[in-house]
Write a protein that binds this ligand. Structure first.
Ligand code: OAD
Ligand code: ZN
Length: 245
């Protein structure tokens, strides 16, 4: 690639690096994305952002669980791919490395990343609607268990951020702080349509970071980025890996 020397220097000089990932990084593991290819997921005739919404939790929690158990069932057969593994490796190679994900699939952790800022929660965790006690589910418990909180007897819901809900504040604040301080920011496999997550790339840019996008498709973030790789995550990261010692 003709601009490799430039990229090499960017990587060599980077003291602090942030990576923001989205569903696309798990696509090569067999996890379906929500958007891309000109379409978006529909579940039982409902757009996914309707079934994944705070309103649906209030109105039809059974259906919300059906949707999440369906996704958990796909995920139980999925393993991390090369892109997840390379990022896990980079955690040990940079002086200051922050991995921020919108994904709830837990694949970064499975690949060996020790610290992951999960902006949207985790699909294998549930929490009580009443007392907010959290439960770690077994991947193989499908449908989910428990159904009822052992503390207060209320129903539990997926511990995932749904449309119409706020992000976990301390996780978001750390992601924002790190994004504002980094000198290299990678945005990988996200349609960059969902805020505030997508805004982290803007925070990094305003504060002077070099922005690299990895996505087979153009996104609203493309024009902001200094460099875009129109490639799959694993291909682009394998290319960039040579600059990281
Ligand atoms: P999307 O499904 O919106 O976007 C996936 C992106 O990945 C698209 O831009 C694809 O072009 C790209 N892509 C596909 N295959 C790829 C590959 N092999 N390598 C790299 N990129 C690839 O997913 P997100 O941007 O993560 O929220 O969606 C954001 C949020 O919307 C999700 O976290 C989820 C959803 O509602 C919650 O669950 C709260
Ligand atoms: Zn409870």
């Amino acid at each position: 690639m003709k601009d490799s020397p430039h990229l090499e220097k960017i990587f060599q000089d980077a003291r602090s690096i942030c990576v923001l990932t989205g569903a696309g990084i798990s696509a090569e593991s067999g996890v379906p994305t929500f958007r891309g290819g000109g379409g978006s997921v529909v579940w039982k005739g409902m757009p996914f952002d309707e079934i994944s919404s705070a309103r649906m939790v209030r109105e039809n929690l059974d259906e919300v669980w059906e949707w999440f158990d369906y996704r958990r069932n796909i995920l139980k057969d999925c393993s991390p791919n090369l892109a997840h593994y390379i990022l896990a490796e980079w955690e040990n190679k940079f002086f200051d490395f922050t991995l921020i994900t919108q994904n709830v699939d837990g694949l970064h952790t499975k690949a060996g990343s020790r610290k992951v800022l999960e902006l949207h929660g985790n699909i294998n965790r549930s929490r009580c609607l009443q007392c907010e006690k959290r439960f770690q589910m077994n991947e193989t418990d499908i449908p989910h268990k428990p159904e009822i909180c052992d503390e207060c007897g209320s129903r539990v819901r997926p511990d995932v951020v749904l449309f119409g809900e706020f992000l976990p504040i301390s996780v978001y604040q750390e992601a924002e702080r790190k994004s504002s301080q980094c000198d290299l920011f990678l945005i990988i496999g996200t349609s960059a349509l969902v805020y505030p997550a997508a805004g982290l790339a803007e925070v990094a840019k305003i504060n002077g970071a070099f922005l690299i996008e990895i996505n087979p498709e153009e996104t609203p973030m493309t024009s902001l980025c200094h460099k875009s790789f129109r490639m799959k995550a694993s291909q682009a990261l394998e290319f960039l890996r040579r600059f990281v010692r």
